[in-house]
Write a protein that binds this ligand. Structure first.
Ligand code: SF4
Length: 430
């Protein structure tokens, strides 16, 4: 049974008398495992809902509808049964190297193909039995996002510390046979799955085209909490340069349907001090969730807005908060904006003391580090904070929120912005 947490106005659910607090028992006599079942069973013009009303009554409602009409039932979660948990123990797992005392939800190791299909998270396929594979095929849950790391079976078992991890190529073959598409990622750990191992993985994976839509290569993330964990190295400029050359050779070799198909994370380009590829080279940005192409996409959006920028504005001084990596991405944009008369911008990068200085991405900034840095700087009265560092409930990863920041700087105005358009609204108005 799954609780209905809301009913939209002007919807079928509202019309047939469903209310917040009712519980959905079945549709067409079938129990619902997740939102995928719900969508599947309600995709027809006719279906039967079995509901337990919040007053305890049992309703069976025959629904006949026009497919354009909104059903309007809201659930809290997309998984109605148990979340599928990760059965791996990867040597590079970010969750194992988190700061002590973080909220429990940040330590949850999920590995659920439903999330992968509905929300784009990456899964490893190591916890799927035949029944789940059959369900993926039957419901055509495509595309999925899959963490590969390496196609070398023994190395994958070693890196993920799971004897089932070596089955990856067999699993991918099954997906291909069922015509399920997927994006793949490799978390690159120097000395383990890079160089020749990476060549082998790219080559093996290229044989799954066109079902494999894209392959993203991202550097391993290392925090300062690695005591007692597998000794991993971080990427430096030279290693990043070599990696980019290797990827560019592969792009030339296997360019498929005019698509580069394999892409490196923006971080590698900044580390190697190399130009970020052009907009076209990202082929529609299939790996944005992985931080691949974010900089280019932002610059492109800015370029489109550039001819709408004024020559001057009424005096406006703004501080923009970002990460070490974010600063590199924003720099060219700020350089152009500073040509606007009357506009003054401080671009402040926050070092990540919370997770360690090797963590340079904006999504992992904490309010504590922001407060600490701002206290030691002369900042403007208007401060823009990055939305990506704050969850839906308004909290940073260290469980502090905007109110905690405001308490420290009561005379400042804070703006939370998630993209270049939002930043421009604060800098120059609508
Ligand atoms: S798959 Fe590996 S990296 Fe992901 S949560 Fe599980 S152990 Fe951690």
């Amino acid at each position: 049974m799954v609780e209905i947490v809301g009913v939209e106005a002007d919807s079928i659910a509202n019309e047939i008398g469903l209310e917040k607090g009712d519980r959905l028992i079945s549709i067409n006599g079938k129990l619902m495992r997740d939102y995928i079942d719900f969508k599947y069973q309600t995709s027809d013009v006719f279906f039967i809902l079995e509901v337990e009303k919040k007053n305890g009554e049992h309703w069976e409602i025959e629904v006949e509808r026009n497919l354009e009409e909104k059903l309007g039932i809201i659930f809290n979660d997309i998984i109605f049964d148990n979340l599928m948990l990760c059965q791996n123990n990867c040597i590079f797992c970010f969750i194992q190297q988190q700061a002590p005392g973080l909220r429990k939800t940040l330590k949850l190791k999920d590995d659920d193909y439903r999330f992968s299909f509905l929300q784009g998270s990456f899964i490893t396929l190591t916890n799927l039995n035949d029944l789940e594979f059959e369900r993926i095929f039957k419901l055509n849950l495509s595309p999925l996002n899959i963490s590969i790391h390496t196609t070398n079976p023994r190395l994958r078992e070693r890196m993920m510390r799971n004897y089932k991890a070596g089955e990856i190529l067999n699993h991918l073959r099954r997906l291909k046979e069922a015509n399920i598409n997927f994006n793949a990622q490799i978390v690159l750990c120097p000395g383990l799955n890079d160089k020749k191992e990476l060549d082998k993985s790219i080559n093996d994976l290229s044989l799954f085209r066109p079902n494999i839509i894209s392959l993203g290569i991202v550097p391993v993330g290392l925090t300062k909490y690695r005591k007692g964990l597998y000794p991993l190295k971080k990427y430096d400029a030279k290693m990043a340069k070599n990696l980019l050359t290797q990827i560019s050779l592969w792009q030339k070799k296997i360019m498929h349907n005019d698509s580069n198909w394999v892409y490196a994370a923006d971080e590698f380009y900044y580390l190697a001090d190399k130009d970020i590829p052009s907009y076209e080279e990202y082929d529609g940005f299939p790996q944005l969730e992985n931080g691949i192409g974010l900089s280019r996409l932002m610059w492109n959006k800015f370029k489109k807005l550039e001819n709408t920028l004024p020559k001057r504005v009424k005096y406006n001084k703004v501080t923009i908060i970002t990460s070490v990596l974010g600063k590199k991405a924003l720099k060219p944009v700020i350089k152009r904006l500073l040509k606007i008369e009357g506009l003054f911008i401080d671009l402040i990068s926050i070092k990540n003391y919370f997770f360690g200085l090797d963590v340079t991405v904006t999504g992992l900034l904490t309010a504590g580090d922001i407060i600490h840095t701002l206290k030691n700087k002369k900042v403007s009265n208007k401060i823009i904070l990055p939305k990506i560092a704050i969850n839906d409930k308004g909290y940073f990863l260290d469980d502090l929120n905007l109110e905690d920041i405001k308490k420290e700087f009561p005379d400042k105005d804070f703006y939370i912005k998630g993209d270049i358009q939002g930043i421009l609204e604060v800098l120059i108005g609508d």
